[in-house]
Each structure stands twice: as structure tokens, then as C-alpha cells.
Ligand binder design. Structure first.
Ligand SMILES: [Zn+2]
Length: 318
């Protein structure tokens, strides 16, 4: 993902009327369901297990598209999610990236829970890691793939633990966990080169599979975690942002800050462009972003815990 100017990447094809109508409907749903949720049983997010999922991905090594680690991690994620979900599929697509440009096969991984349920929540993260540490202070590292402990593994780790809970405790709503590929092989100045997996997913989503709303998590493992209200999420899916921040406040999750953050090009943008209110939980203030130093020692289980608990609450109090 990459930081952008606020006016620069607001979805151009977003149908404003549809977005407003969807927002109103969403508000009504949230109000009704918040009331209904009193007394709902919320399972306990195990941050130790989540951190183990982060370490496991990093043990595989860099997971940049086209590499051995990429295929190995795909198989690991499919095998792990298959233990928990009702249905797991991979969605292959051609990923074009780099200079000179190359094309490799990339794979979104889709895990569905209670697929028979019409009302669904989308939880998503990217699982690929950046092919080049082009923000590294040492230019010698600029062609080295990053390990992506925070930028890649952290979001996936939280969602794997959520998947485990969804298997053991039936949720009151259908959930789709989608791990996007090809998020982080973009080039600055070329907006469509980022979030290619999410673009492909959004283009090919059947109307019957559309979620009520979505939450994207990215770079949420930073030991010094501060999640601001990302600007595009606020512009296009504000009721979801407010709902999530209310839960965070109720649970004492102080990493969720009340301030408005900057505008970020990430996997939620293609979803917003097709009218799905999807927010991005992200802390881009991370000194090791796109460097070879994005390693597990910069991350903490406590940070995964805050995000995980909020998501679990969001799902089980639906
Ligand atoms: Zn990145």
C-alpha cells in the first residue's frame, strides 16, 4: 500500500447515490443489530496463537509473487484455512509488475464460513510481500525482497486466528475471509499497479456474494501501534468506521485513535469502487516499511490482540 493525496485516489467510478443509500441501510442494520446483540457470547481471541501464525509465515521467508516462498505460503494458508472454513478456494489471476514488467500467476485465497447465510461480512488482508525493499536506508538492499512481518504477515495472522474461532463458535452472520495477493508489487505513480488481487476480486464478485460491509487489516502488528481513521474509509464507509471505533473504545483498545488519518491506496479501494463499504485498519507510521528490517521483533502479540478482539466482537455481536 502507499500513502496518497486525499483528492488523488478517491474512487472515480463510485456511484455516490448508491453509496449514500448503502450507508443509510448500513446504519439501520448496525443500529438494529447493536440492540439485538446485547448478551451475545464473544469467543476469546488468542493473541499467542495469532503471533505464532505471524512467525510461521516469516519462517517461510519472503512471499513475493513468483518466488518459492510465495507458493509455499499459498499452500500453507490454504491448508490452514481448510481446517477451519466450510469452503476454501483459490482465485488465480495474472499479476503484472516490475520494471521490466513480468507476469506471474498470483492467487487470492477465499475462505467462506456458513456460505448458506445471505448476510455476510468480509474480513480481508494481503498475504503477499513486497518484492523489493525500496525504502531501505541502504541502497544495496533496494532489490532485496522484504520479509513482511508487519506488512503482510500481521493481518493474515489475525485472520487465521479469527478463522479458528469461527470454526469452533458459530457466528450469527456469514463471514468471508479473503487473503489478497498482488497488493504490494506496485510502483509509485501507477495507481493500478497496487492492490491487483483486490481489483480482480472486486471485478469478479457475484452479486449474491456481496458482503454488507468489509474490514481490511494491514500493517497492524507494529509493537507501537496507532490506527487512525483512514481518510477514504471515512469518506465512503463512515458508519463502519464509527462502529469499529465504538467497539474499540468499549474494549479499551487504545491503539485505535480518534484522529483522521491520511488517504491510503490499499485493497479496500477496489471494493469501495464497486460500492462495498470496506474500511482499512492500517498504521503506516512504521519506520521499517518496505525495508529488510520489517521482521517479527518489530511486532507484538499485544497489537494483534487489540485488532483481533475488535474484529471478533464485530462479528459475534452482529
Ligand atoms: Zn507494503
Amino acid at each position: 500500500m502507499i500513502n496518497t493525496q486525499a483528492t488523488h485516489n478517491l474512487p472515480k467510478r463510485m456511484d455516490h447515490t448508491r453509496t449514500v443509500a448503502a450507508s443509510l441501510l448500513l446504519l439501520a442494520c448496525i443500529a438494529a443489530l447493536s440492540f439485538a446483540s446485547a448478551g451475545a457470547k464473544v469467543p476469546k481471541f488468542d493473541s499467542g496463537k495469532a503471533f505464532a501464525f505471524l512467525l510461521k509465515q516469516c519462517e517461510i521467508g519472503p512471499r513475493n509473487p513468483g518466488s518459492q516462498g510465495h507458493l509455499k505460503c499459498r499452500d500453507y494458508l490454504v491448508a490452514t484455512l481448510s481446517q477451519y472454513a466450510d469452503k476454501v478456494t483459490t482465485q488465480p489471476f495474472p499479476l503484472r509488475f516490475g520494471r521490466p514488467e513480468q507476469t506471474v500467476e498470483a492467487y487470492n485465497i477465499i475462505a467462506r464460513f456458513q456460505p448458506e447465510k445471505k448476510e455476510r461480512i468480509l474480513l480481508c488482508a494481503h498475504w503477499d510481500t513486497r518484492p523489493w525493499a525500496d525504502e531501505d536506508p541502504d541502497p544495496k538492499n533496494h532489490d532485496t525482497p522484504v520479509l513482511g512481518a508487519n506488512d503482510g504477515a500481521s493481518g493474515v495472522a489475525v485472520l487465521l486466528e479469527v478463522a479458528r474461532l469461527l470454526h469452533d463458535h458459530k457466528a450469527p452472520v456469514g463471514v468471508d475471509i479473503v487473503l489478497f495477493d498482488g497488493e504490494d508489487a506496485g510502483t509509485s505513480g501507477s495507481m493500478n499497479s497496487w492492490a491487483q488481487g483486490a481489483q480482480y476480486f472486486a471485478r469478479n464478485l457475484a452479486p449474491k456474494d456481496r458482503p454488507v460491509f468489509g474490514v481490511l487489516i494491514d500493517m497492524i502488528g507494529d509493537a507501537d501501534l496507532a490506527i487512525l481513521k483512514e481518510a477514504n474509509s471515512m469518506a465512503a464507509a463512515r458508519p463502519v468506521v464509527e462502529k469499529v471505533w465504538k467497539i474499540a473504545q468499549d474494549l479499551g483498545c487504545t491503539a485505535f485513535k480518534p484522529e483522521l488519518g491520511s488517504s491510503i491506496m490499499d485493497d479496500h479501494i477496489p471494493l469501495l469502487q464497486v460500492g462495498i463499504p470496506c474500511i482499512d485498519l492500517i498504521d503506516l507510521d512504521y519506520p521499517y516499511w518496505h525495508t529488510v528490517a520489517d521482521t517479527p521483533d518489530k511486532c507484538s502479540a499485544a497489537s494483534l490482540d487489540q485488532v483481533g478482539r475488535v474484529l471478533v466482537h464485530l462479528v459475534y455481536t452482529y
